[in-house]
Design a protein around this ligand. Sequence first.
Ligand code: MFK
Length: 533
Amino acid sequence: MSDKFIQTGPELNNQFQSDLILKDFLESNIPSHILGKFLPHLNQVGGDASGKLNSWAFEARSQPPVHVPFSPWGERIDEIKTSQGWKNLEAYAAENGIVAAAYEKSFGEYSRIYQAALLYLFHPSSAIFSCPLAMTDGAARAIELYGDQTLKSRAYKFLTSRDPKVFWTSGQWMTEQTGGSDVSGTATTARHVGGTNYELTGTKWFTSATTSQMAMTLARIEGDDEGSRGLSLFYLELRDSNGKLNQIEIHRLKDKLGTCALPTAELSLNGTRATLVGGKGDGVKKISSLFNITRVYNSICALGQMRRGLALLEDFSEKRIVFGKKLSQQPLHQKTMFDLQTEFAGNFVLIFELAKLLGLDECNKSTNDEKLLLRLLTPLAKSYSAKAAINVSSEVVEGFGGAGYCEDVGIAWLLRDSQVLSIWEGTTNVLSLDALRAIEKDDALKAYLSTVQKKIKGLGISSKPLESQWQMLKEYLDTFKKLSPENVQANARELAFKLTEFFVALLLLEQSQKIPAFAAYYEGWLKLKKMDQ
Ligand code: MFK
């Protein structure tokens, strides 16, 4: 038997050091006295991402969580056992302040950019520990906005701690058996027991990271109106100080396509003690402060996912010999890689623009247009980057050929874990409709248009294709306005993608003036998105 088909697998080097796009971008967009303070940390996390974090993630994926409903003596305990790798990832995330960085605000309005870079480096080596972190950050934000003093001095302190012994994660329990997109049918009821205290009864069909210490959830206070406006926002703790569950029964863990290290459970609330947050009603609106943060996380993680796939494929392309030369020397492979890099670079500038806007907003430094643009770019970036991550991951798996399809090679998880990005936190269609909501209700399109005008004016050069795309976009928007309400909805995804692709082109051109390497991505983006005609 021949032993000739022996190949060298891909290797990862320091994921910060080797990331020219990230490094160039930060150097050109962050004042040097601030950047100098956080670069060493990014360098450290980049090194860990290719070392110990990756090993923990591998361990967490290969030892998925297990639900233990009963003790050996028949007591209902509903424990969820997770691997040591998963636990290590949690401790690392706390110590490195992946959530805390946003609340400490050590770098003022640049704190969210710093945090985005940290998360982007951490996520692909985290076995999706980024999911509990996303919900934790979102819960901290919701408590910051709506929590009373008790919640602020209790939960908030734990969610934003860097001490792994003190750090808490949070769940976000919105999904019931009626489905995830439309929460108006939420059937969980809340019975008032005094003050802001309630007891919740109902079933939550998807609860991510059910090992969290607390959760934010929606329920309808007895007697309140039907529909989504009759829902209220609640805070609950899963276990008491003895570790006993708070009248919660965990039915089973979900058997999912990906995110296998992440415990996702179905559970019932059987009189679970909970605290009303921010007063009665408007629960969806209040919890949107949480899910707008998780949507930003989703975008950053989609970007991290793309970058990891490309780093692995790039390295492999230098090793794989095919048709007499390295894969990296094959013209069609080079073109494919460039297109994938371009997709990545386009999403990169979009998502770091989003992080910039979020940081400005949270430091009360944003203009009204910047606030509205943040509102619009959040669903646009989430939906666009999730699709891009699926596409890039699929191409990366294909780039490895049959090896990419084999579990032990360790590439397939990229594709599996990308697929969820376009589902949770709102599907592509739900987010396209959310973009429409931002346009129709908050007049966010006005902010988009005036930002584009301002950016075009600020460019030192003119670009014929960009100008003609701008003209075409304005004509498209004029036609869109005249559509019937039904057709407006039917075309919401097309609108969302057109707004995103044009905005990305503009951002790439803007960056190319500071970073010469981006000029090729700008040209590449126009071609890839057929915007060069
Ligand atoms: C690796 C990264 C990890 C990421 C974390 C993953 C964790 C996974 C956990 C989950 O997946 S939890 C489930 C997540 N579920 C969703 O994201 C729900 C998706 N569905 C939607 O987003 C629907 O659009 C929505 C539930 C919001 C529809 O609800 P409604 O109540 O029918 O919508 P309506 O009536 O338009 O909005 C009610 C209010 O909320 C309005 O305000 P007003 O009362 O002032 O009019 C809206 O403007 C406001 N609102 C809705 N969406 C908003 C928002 N405000 C700001 N931002 C938004 N995005």
